[in-house]
Design a protein around this ligand. Sequence first.
Ligand SMILES: Cc1ncc(COP(=O)(O)O)c(C=O)c1O
Length: 394
Amino acid sequence: MTISSTIKSQIESGSWIRKMFEEGALLKKKYGEENVFDLSLGNPIMEPPEEFFEQLQYLASNPKPGLHRYMPNAGYLSTRTSIAKQLTKEIGLNFIAEDIVMTCGAGGALNITLKTLLDPGDEVIIFSPFFAEYIFYIQNHNGKYKIVSPDNNFYPDLNMLDKTITKKTKAILINSPNNPSGIIYPPELLEKLSIIINKKEIEFQTDIFVISDEPYKKITFDNVKCPEIFYYFNKSIIATSHSKDLALAGNRIGYIAINPKYKYKSEIIDGITFCNRTLGFVNAPAIMQHIVENLQEITIDVNTYKSKRDFMYKNLTDMGYYITKPQGAFYMFPKSPIKNELEFIEELKKENVLVVPGRGFGIEGYFRISYCLDDKTLKGSLKGFQSAINKFIN
Ligand SMILES: Cc1ncc(COP(=O)(O)O)c(C=O)c1O
């Protein structure tokens, strides 16, 4: 054995998306790229907005002295000030630069937050369906994950949450707009969550943090807005990025914002800044920080995703698929027409359509479609979706 047994078993257990990717590569080789419809990857085809390229060009033609050097681990003061200003405007609370830490994407933000908060054996509650990496992020820092199942709307089952919180619960990790379901948690749900958390904190005499993973916050449809978590939870932290809203996933730029009203916020920010350094991120990429400093008002064209959602939702529901209509992000999570979604996915594969099984997101009987793809792939997949469902209905 050369590598850690923990990592070896994590690689095996977290292999759904990779497995689909490998199978997709085989199918593409056999049938040709254009005849395989790979809806398994959440890697958006959209390019960053024009303003990004203008900023990039400006920086290249006017290099600031020291542009490529180390900087404070929390990031440039000017970038953090710009984000604090924007959040003050959007959220309506008074943020200062010290409430923000620049990170290597939302994934980096989540890791340094968990590292800061967790002692070995502390529990973190996640709501299924969840972004599969959460399990590894929590385990990276010796935490234990606890899963709360959803109701029919993909909202967490609050009775189960009530029973799942223990003395060891250190944090609850939420993700809305959600990957994979595309649903947004409404204000009433956040209100109910906060009542349960407050009650449990009193019962156990503990502090429970809410970590809100929000990289899709600006990608919402039909005038639904994502409620602000800082209004519901006092001990709360946002982990986010510009991977999706500016289509910069490969450039690894994100940030953490702490609730400006939280009394001990500077202790948390100091911990997070320290962990940014000691986990080896050191700081978020310098050029990207300079660029996003000037792009806080900009978002990719959300209507492009809305039309793709409308197209897939209408066509698939017309065929008989049951889907909770996504309100944001760029995924949908249809119910498998048969109980075992792995069997159904095999049928889709016979039609050269690739999707990810629900069990990769913590629940069986569903599958995830990513629709952040070109229209030709989406259109091309419909024939396969139709043939596969025809085998199980009528
Ligand atoms: C729910 C969720 N959280 C976090 C991430 C990681 O985002 P980033 O690329 O900014 O690290 C993703 C990426 O797909 C995601 O879907």
